[in-house]
Ligand binder design. Structure first.
Ligand code: SAH
Ligand code: TMP
Ligand code: ZN
Length: 413
């Protein structure tokens, strides 16, 4: 039995996806033989309601000098982070010469909006290649993992922060107690921490089990986040649901007692309770729904193959590594995966080894079906792929359910 990373109580796993490779570990044929696999399994802590991976590979296997995810590949996310930066400047940077710290700042997609206005900022980004891209764009970036020691170093060099930001990174860090202790030190008395991560409520509603992969060690709720930060004298005083990455929650946190708690926090806690997110039975139902989704997607692809249809994957996302491996989607079922990220192209997908090809190959000869791995970017993608739809191409969706859809019917889940 594993111990909860937040409250240290024992908990059990409710689902295993079996041996799974590194989600962003796109590789070349000469690397196939020594590819790394670990058991991807998820558990629910009945004491503090935190949902978490039972095992996570060591961090350097995931975050290194060839990290394959560049945030700026999505225009919609670029727009989203501009808005995040603008609301932060408006609401949380009242003092003269403020300091903004962002962890997991990647290629600088959000910090560039502070840099542009000459606002003092520090990005903490352990993956060297994406950190270098940010630096080249003039964004002050430190190439290391954030933890309590890093917080002390930042304070020594820059002083305390007015705003501490993160997106799709807090759920990546198993040693969250060290992170929270660091933030406690780093934040000015009125300073505010804001971070947003895929929300467990959405995963449950949409059976979006592809959010479960090596990097995502936590699947947060308002309750579990508050429980963790309270142990460090910090509390959630506001939350805001976001329609990105299939449904995310932004947590807005201050030193305990410094900000009035918004009614939205209470409403969201009620929603979580009603949805059963604090009860183990709900997770058994989730497992059942995931298994049904897996079987439906595999059967659909096998049937299309029998009919000699061409199926191509759209978006070699990290999430797709869970789907392809768990549903046994092999290269005989999906010819290749189209992706716009140069360092993924010419490589093979982790585990099942589907070739990843440049987007131009998708455009050059449209397949009969496109399996939309990047479903969280559906609006952006469907808008630019009208020609594929007019050509008779159809989309295979698997969130919130497995179905074939004509382009004019696809809705972003
Ligand atoms: N914030 C960006 C990037 C998310 S990907 C976005 O939302 O698009 C997660 C990023 O977190 C990666 O760039 C990874 O290198 C970084 N990361 C992982 N562990 C970290 C840690 N301990 N401290 C800071 N960044 C970390
Ligand atoms: P994400 O779902 O983790 O954000 O990853 C999206 C992946 O999909 C990334 O590798 C880039 C790719 N992509 C495309 O190939 N075309 C697109 O239009 C978009 C939006 C993403
Ligand atoms: Zn716990």
């Amino acid at each position: 039995m594993a111990l909860c990373r937040s409250c240290n109580k024992p908990y059990e796993s409710f689902i295993s996806f079996g041996p799974t490779p590194i989600a962003n570990g796109f590789l070349l044929p000469e690397q196939f033989t020594d590819e790394y696999f670990f058991e991807l399994a998820v558990g629910f802590c009945e004491s503090c309601h935190l949902v978490q991976l039972v095992n996570q590979p060591e961090r350097e296997r995931m975050f290194n000098d060839h990290y394959a995810f560049y945030s700026s590949t999505s225009n919609a996310m670029a727009q989203h982070f501009q808005e995040f930066a603008e609301t932060t400047i408006r609401d949380y940077l009242p003092s003269p010469d403020p300091l903004v710290v962002e962890i997991g700042s990647n290629d600088g997609i959000m910090l560039k909006h502070f840099a542009k206005q000459n606002i003092r900022h520090v990005g903490i980004e352990p993956s060297a290649n994406v950190a270098a891209t940010a630096r080249a764009a003039g964004i002050n970036t430190v190439n290391r993992f954030f933890d309590e020691a890093a917080a002390r170093d930042i304070i020594a060099e820059y002083g305390q922060a007015d705003a501490f930001l993160g997106a799709n990174v807090f759920c990546h860090i198993p040693y969250l107690h060290s992170v929270a202790a660091g933030i406690k030190l780093l934040l000015k008395p009125q300073g505010v921490l804001q971070f947003e991560e895929p929300y467990l409520g959405d995963i449950m509603e949409k059976t979006s089990y592809d959010q479960i992969y090596d990097e995502h060690v936590f699947f947060f709720t308002v309750a579990s986040v508050n429980n963790l930060f309270k142990q460090h004298g910090l509390e959630v005083f506001d939350v805001a649901h976001q329609n990105v990455h299939g449904g995310s929650m932004r947590y807005i946190i201050g030193h305990e007692g410094t900000h009035p708690i918004s009614a939205v926090v209470h409403e969201q806690l009620l929603y979580e309770e009603k949805q059963g997110l604090y009860q183990i039975d709900t997770y058994h139902t989730l497992r059942h729904n995931i298994e049904r989704s897996r079987d439906a997607l595999h059967d659909l692809l096998v049937n299309l193959k029998r009919e000699n249809k061409r199926v191509v994957g759209y978006g070699a996302t990290s999430k797709s590594t869970t789907v392809t491996n768990y549903c046994q989607i092999t290269p005989d079922l999906v010819e290749f995966i189209s992706d716009t990220t140069p360092i993924k192209q010419g490589k093979f997908s982790p585990g099942v080894h589907i070739p990843v090809r440049p987007y131009e190959e998708f455009q050059a000869e449209y397949p009969d079906y496109a399996l939309l791995f990047a479903w969280n970017h559906a609006n952006e993608i469907i808008a630019k792929e009208q020609a594929f739809g007019r050509d008779g191409g159809q989309w295979i969706m698997f969130v919130p359910r497995v179905e074939i859809q004509a382009y004019d019917l696809v809705r972003q889940p």
